[in-house]
Design a protein around this ligand. Structure first.
Ligand code: GDP
Ligand code: PGA
Ligand code: MN
Ligand code: MN
Length: 611
């Protein structure tokens, strides 16, 4: 015991509740030694990881890592929310009684760190001093040094952050054990992985993965699942899978803040990093606040605020290039200390590459290995077309590296929210943008978000499914109370935000090309929404919201086919009528859905019938 306590003393870890938690788990896991991690340890940890061949150099101040080939995305099936209250069971949270599931996952963990170092990562999700700070503290325990490197980039990490907690016991206990990855039966009937959030005990127990979405416990498990539960249980806030950005009109000096949810790998990071199109750059600037999580609450002044609890970006690499997202490329250039995961890597030149980074693959395959670690030069002809990078390969970098990060991105009081948007990959039906003025209709729209799933989750890519508010994989409590909590929190705000549904992914039914150019051009839809909110444009009222008139959209410098633009701004009433039946079935699954949501559904359905 004395041996195990020494590293805690040396690191200056004084919080007695944290010490007790750490020592308990060190013994249970059988850890050989303990190491307490702070952000200031990064350079040393990088050197150790390089020396141990856990990461490879990818240019000056850049690093590469490859995860086990069957461990490259979140596993929704193996993700469980547990509590001691059966009434917490929802449609999507895979609820289990904590008495039943806790021993199972703990059983897998027992003794699993024998001979290993147990890293202790004290972190804060939210800038210090925020009104939600008491929900932000956590301590991740992990056996994986690369997880430490990611956590240092994605969260605020340091002993000082948890020593002085107002309530020393109020921190999330987050335990991560990688497990013996080649022997966990991933995707089989004998799958050994468990990703459990014991929400009413504020305890996270993840076993069987080192992929970021499963292993960076501050991010998704705490920042989304636990935070959503805490926000509901306390009645104080919403924890959502939202990006958060500001749009400044340099002529008037005004800034509007927009947050919004799109399913994983559906454009949040790109939108928050948007560089205005060249023709609009003189006048407008987009500032980045967050790209994956926002916590929303009504502050003492009666207004709705949002903040990003994270300190970094865990971005999808695919198709990131100078045209689509120059800002992201700046955030991962040499010297940024960025990490790349599961992209292609050249072991001679230390370059990285992913599909869409350049129009063509590197011509000389010498030294290149694909995301599985296989030499490109050794590929069989029938594998020639396989991607070099995993479709869910990622880059990890801190917010401070993002060129358009907002000047006040660390303001713990967040920013006032003017608009809330939902979107996703929807190949038809959904226009470019439709604005919704009414709170219940906005919440209804979020609850009925239907989109194609992506490679960010195992085994569901391309599947069309409902993904309420883009929270389906992160939902921690039942959907009826979730909707009611939304109505309560946002409904309490003095100035109501405008809602909108956006879609950058409508396709031509014949050849499948995207009708809207997307990326930087998406700002045009958001500018219209801001003008709509201000009453400067009126749009055209449809049964499902207000769509822009063609002349209201700022199209300066944009080349777009006139008929395709018409399609993007048109409501296909027949297709929408058909959709309403599916929505009804979808909503019927949710017990105790507030009557206002059903009323919104019936209003939209009646308006469609009257068309
Ligand atoms: P996030 O996971 O929701 O943050 O999504 P990202 O912004 O990382 O984007 C996921 C994938 O969608 C990447 O491959 C992007 O290149 C692509 N993407 C993002 N925005 C757009 C867009 O406006 N149009 C198209 N066609 N693709 C986009
Ligand atoms: P994403 O974040 O939404 O940027 O893809 C990771 C995830 O949700 O798995
Ligand atoms: Mn996400
Ligand atoms: Mn993202």
């Amino acid at each position: 015991m004395a041996d195990l306590e020494k590293p805690l003393d040396d690191a200056g870890l004084t919080n007695p509740a944290v010490r007790e938690y750490v020592l308990h788990w060190a013994q249970y896991l059988g850890a050989e030694r303990i190491e307490v991690v702070s952000a200031s340890d990064d350079a040393r940890l990088i050197q150790e990881s390089l020396a141990a061949d856990e990461i490879q150099p990818a240019g000056e101040g850049l690093y590469y890592s490859r995860s086990y080939a069957k461990d490259t995305a979140r596993s929704e099936e193996r993700t469980i929310v547990a509590t001691s209250r059966p009434e917490d069971e929802g449609v999507y949270n895979n609820w289990r009684h904590s008495d039943e599931i806790r021993p199972v996952v703990e059983g897998h963990m027992q003794g699993a760190m024998a001979g290993k170092t147990m890293y202790v990562i004290p972190y804060l999700m939210a800038p210090p001093g925020s009104p939600l700070e008491r929900y932000a503290a956590g301590v991740e325990i992990t056996d994986n040094r690369t997880v430490c490197l990611h956590m240092i980039r994605m969260a605020r990490v340091g002993v000082d952050l948890i020593n002085g907690l107002a309530d020393p016991d109020m921190f999330v206990r987050a335990v991560h054990v990688t497990g013996d990855l080649p022997n966990l039966g991933q995707g089989t009937d004998d799958d050994q992985r468990y990703f459990v959030t014991v929400a009413d005990e504020r305890t996270i127990l993840h076993f069987g993965s080192s992929y970021g979405g499963n292993a960076l416990l501050g991010k998704i498990a705490h920042g989304l699942r636990q935070a959503a539960y805490d926000g509901w249980a306390s009645g104080e806030f919403l924890g959502e899978q939202f990006m958060l950005l500001g749009i400044t009109d340099k002529e008037t000096g005004e800034t509007h803040h927009i947050c919004g949810g799109f399913p994983s790998a559906s454009g949040k990071t790109n939108l928050a990093m948007t560089l205005a199109p060249d023709a609009l750059g003189e006048r407008y600037h987009v500032s980045f606040y967050g790209d994956d999580i926002a916590w929303l609450w009504v502050a003492a002044d009666g207004q709705l605020y949002g903040l990003n609890p994270e300190n970094g970006v865990f971005g999808v690499a695919k198709d990131t290039n100078e045209d689509t997202n120059p800002t992201a490329l700046d955030a991962i250039e040499e010297g940024t200390q960025a990490l790349f995961t599961n992209v292609a890597y050249n072991e001679s030149t230390h370059e990285v590459w992913w599909e869409g980074k350049t129009p063509a693959r590197p011509t000389d395959p010498t030294g290149w290995r694909d995301w599985k670690g296989e030499l490109i030069a050794d590929r069989n002809p029938d594998e020639a077309g396989d991607p070099w990078a995993h479709p869910n390969s990622r880059f990890t970098t801190t917010l401070a590296n993002v060129p358009n990060v907002a000047a006040d991105f660390e303001n713990p009081h967040g920013v006032k929210i003017d608009a809330i948007i939902f979107g996703g990959r929807t190949r038809d039906r959904e226009p470019l943008v439709r604005a919704i003025d009414d709170l219940a209709e906005g919440v209804y729209d979020g609850l009925t978000l239907g989109a194609e799933a992506t490679a960010a989750a195992e085994g569901v890519e391309g599947k069309l499914r409902y993904d309420p508010m883009s929270m389906r994989p992160f939902m921690s409590y039942p959907e009826g109370p979730y909707a009611a909590h939304w109505l309560n929190v946002v409904g309490a705000a003095k100035d109501q935000p405008v809602f909108a549904h956006v879609n950058w992914f409508q396709r031509d039914p014949e050849d499948g090309h995207f009708l809207w150019p997307g990326y930087r051009e998406n700002l045009r839809a958001l500018l219209w929404l801001v003008e709509y909110k201000k009453g400067q444009v009126t749009g055209r009222r449809t049964p499902v919201g207000v769509v822009p008139l063609r002349e209201e959209l700022n199209l300066d410098g944009l080349e777009i086919d006139s008929d395709e633009l018409d399609t993007l701004l048109t409501i296909d009433v027949e297709r929408w009528r058909e959709e309403m039946g599916h929505r009804e079935e979808h909503l019927k699954q949710f017990a105790n859905l507030p009557e206002q949501i059903w009323e919104a559904h019936r209003r939209v359905a009646a308006a469609l019938e009257a068309e």
